[in-house]
Design a protein around this ligand. Structure first.
Ligand code: NAP
Length: 625
């Protein structure tokens, strides 16, 4: 026995673990054919489970200890990835998934072709925003040794995780897959990290990788204009000391999708004598104890906070305009057990494979969105997977509400699951069954002095109204002004049919500018988590900057024709999905611009295809000068 813990501790650790990750780890370490022959955890019978656990425990008793595994040779890695989901994956899928277990130090990082060239004097990159994307971009530039400055309007790094501090805010994808693949040491305390911890994580990363030193906080960017003579961006900000102008050769926007809260403007709002709070402007001193509260909105935010408010408030009225499909997540709200931390530290590869499995859960989400004509002609909705999911979610809803018909009748959506952003349950359904919570489905007619009048004429007297009404995602990059070649205004360019870009990142006539998490960037296809995409997009911009410098050019921009071609293909691809169909309620979906009848936030591609597009730069689509 070489470890400080005893066999029963190890046994407990393995039993608590993700057994799919245990299976892969053990197989990588031992190539034991009996382990290879086991099916996935959900399908394991008692004997198979017992075999896996006992072999893992035996291995750990003999070998446990801190050790980092390097990436296995390609054929071995491919074998492991196939084993993970018990499916032979295509070359395209393998290319997109091989870095998900994060064996490499910096998966996806852009590199110099040869040695780093000498940079032109004063060459630097300006990044707007120090959230997940901005930090990823800073680290990419650190790796390349390219000077940069990050500008952020907040006093600390963290972006949306700094801004959103409402009760019970937390991630709704597993923490282990919601972190950067190059940071391998952070120990999350909960399976789904709380907002405070995500904020601490981003600060830890920004410090550890020397990003904070390159960041100027409390700078709100007003305007950026491309100076064609100098081939430099001129960025105007308001700083605490007054206006400030910064010049940079390359501009990267990394401001996220949720920059501007949707501020409510209900009829009679000025008459209301109580408090109106938006979750993205949550006051530190707000105490819901004994309050009468109305929560307007049941998106991810409204759903996440309800339980926490209801436990303290005298009464909460939940104003639901549109029912949502709300799903459970195992371990949501639970701490990560010390045994699991021990396993991460002492079972080499377990960290990598639990990351991989957390992503693999979503490999098939794209299939949910592709209508099957035959299935629908037989009375099904969208396709078989959709109907299965619908049944599962209905059963969950029924279970959580105790089968209360009065609630269920108003909670079941009339559009298919997963067409809008998936909402994760944080005890929302259960909270609706509390004596002090009322579900209100009549719409808001106006605000009165004392509360909300709904369309049925009823007045709901409240002290505080929480407008969990979302964000102005269609106003992408507003209110900042961007002026490209010949003074072209970006928002004017987008005024015809909404924000769009080449690969979500580049717009013609805006040279040396990259948008991270830009229009049509968020893949409808799951399996690669957003932080991995943030790194991939940062690396795309990194590759372009490398090429610019290696070619000793001043400007890189996407050709108009390539931008048009890409967007036509994107709009065509979108038509294959259910999202734009009337029965998918596109007018209620912020992924979609119902005004322009196209996807707005989402990328319609199959995830591995979008990965290919964003990692293999098509240089013929670019112009250098
Ligand atoms: P959202 O998904 O846009 O939801 C807004 C809600 O407000 C909807 O229920 C909407 O109703 C309602 N609403 C808007 N205007 C209204 C009005 N005038 N009257 C009545 N109801 C109104 O916004 P969100 O909940 O803030 O979430 C935004 C995104 O943030 C999420 O989709 C997610 O990507 C992210 N988020 C993530 C987490 C996380 O755990 N990681 C947590 C929170 C948020 P309709 O449905 O009828 O439009």
């Amino acid at each position: 026995m070489k470890t400080s813990v005893d066999a029963s501790y190890i046994q407990r650790a393995v039993e608590l673990a993700d057994l799919n990750a245990v299976r892969l780890t053990l197989y990588q370490l031992t190539t034991d054919p009996e382990i290879k022959a086991l099916s996935m955890a959900a399908e394991l019978d008692a004997a198979g489970r017992e075999l896996l656990i006992s072999k893992a425990v035996a291995w750990l008793i003999e070998n446990a200890g801190p050790r980092t595994l390097t990436e296995p040779p390609e054929a071995e890695l491919r074998d492991l990835l196939n084993l993970a989901t018990q499916e032979e994956m295509s070359d395209l899928e393998f290319a997109a998934r091989r870095d998900l277990p994060a064996f490499k130090a910096y998966p996806w990082a852009a590199e110099w072709t040869d040695a780093k060239p000498e940079l032109p004097a004063d060459f630097r990159v300006a990044i707007i925003g120090s959230g997940y994307c901005g930090i990823a971009m800073g680290i990419q530039l650190n790796l390349l040794g390219i000077p940069y400055v990050i500008l952020d309007r907040e006093p600390e790094p963290g972006g949306t995780w700094t801004v959103n501090r409402y009760p019970d805010v937390r991630v709704d994808t597993s923490s282990i897959a919601y972190d950067y693949s190059f940071e391998k040491d952070f120990r999350w305390s909960e399976h789904y990290g709380r907002g405070q911890e995500v904020r601490e994580y981003l600060q830890y990363v920004a410090r550890k990788y020397d990003v904070v030193g390159n960041t100027r906080f409390n700078r709100e960017v007003q305007r950026a204009s491309f100076n064609e003579k100098k081939s430099r961006w001129v960025i105007e900000t308001t700083a605490p000391e007054g206006p400030e102008t910064i010049e940079a050769n390359v501009l990267v926007t990394a401001v996220g999708t949720f920059l501007n809260p949707k501020v409510s403007n209900f009829r009679g709002q000025e008459d209301f004598k109580g408090r109106i709070l938006h979750p993205a402007r949550w006051p530190n001193d707000y105490d819901p104890t004994d309050e009468r509260i109305a929560v307007i909105g049941n998106g991810s935010t409204g759903v996440q906070m309800l339980g926490a408010l209801a436990r303290k408030a005298r009464k909460v009225s939940v104003l639901q305009r549109t029912p949502q499909w709300i799903s459970p997540r195992p371990n949501y709200g639970s701490p990560i057990e010390p045994e699991i931390h021990w396993l991460v530290d002492n079972f080499p590869g377990y960290w990598n494979w639990s990351r991989y499995m957390a992503s693999a859960m979503f490999f098939t989400t794209h299939d949910l969105l592709i209508p099957d004509e035959e299935w629908e002609s037989q009375g099904g909705s969208v396709n078989r997977l959709q109907d299965q999911l619908r049944e599962t979610l209905l059963a969950y809803m029924e279970d959580q509400t105790g089968g209360r018909r009065d609630l269920l009748d108003r909670l079941i959506p009339d559009y298919p699951p997963f067409v809008r952003r998936a909402v994760v349950d944080n005890g929302w359904y259960k909270a609706l069954t509390r004596d002090n919570v009322e579900l209100v489905t009549d719409t808001v007619a106006r605000l009165t002095e004392t509360g909300i009048e709904t369309s049925d004429g009823r007045i709901h007297d409240v002290d505080t109204i929480v407008t969990a009404t979302g964000f102005e995602v269609a106003q992408y990059l507003s209110p900042m002004i961007f002026k490209g070649v010949d003074g072209l205004d970006l928002h004017e360019f987008w005024s015809k049919d909404g924000p769009r870009a080449y690969l979500s990142m580049m717009v013609p006539n805006f040279p040396n500018m990259f948008m991270l998490y830009g229009p049509n960037s968020q893949p409808v296809s799951g399996g690669t988590m957003l932080p991995a995409w943030f790194t991939i997009w940062a690396s795309y911009a990194g590759q372009c900057i490398v090429r610019l410098l290696e070619k000793e050019k001043q400007r890189i921009e996407v050709q108009s024709e390539a931008h048009e071609r890409y967007n036509e293909a994107l709009d065509e691809e979108s038509k294959k999905l259910v999202l734009l169909r009337k029965d998918a309620a596109p007018e209620k979906n912020y992924y979609v611009s119902s005004e322009h009848n196209r996807l707005l936030v989402s990328a319609p591609w199959y995830g591995p295809e979008f990965h290919r597009l964003c990692t293999e730069v098509e240089w013929d689509d670019m112009m250098f000068s």
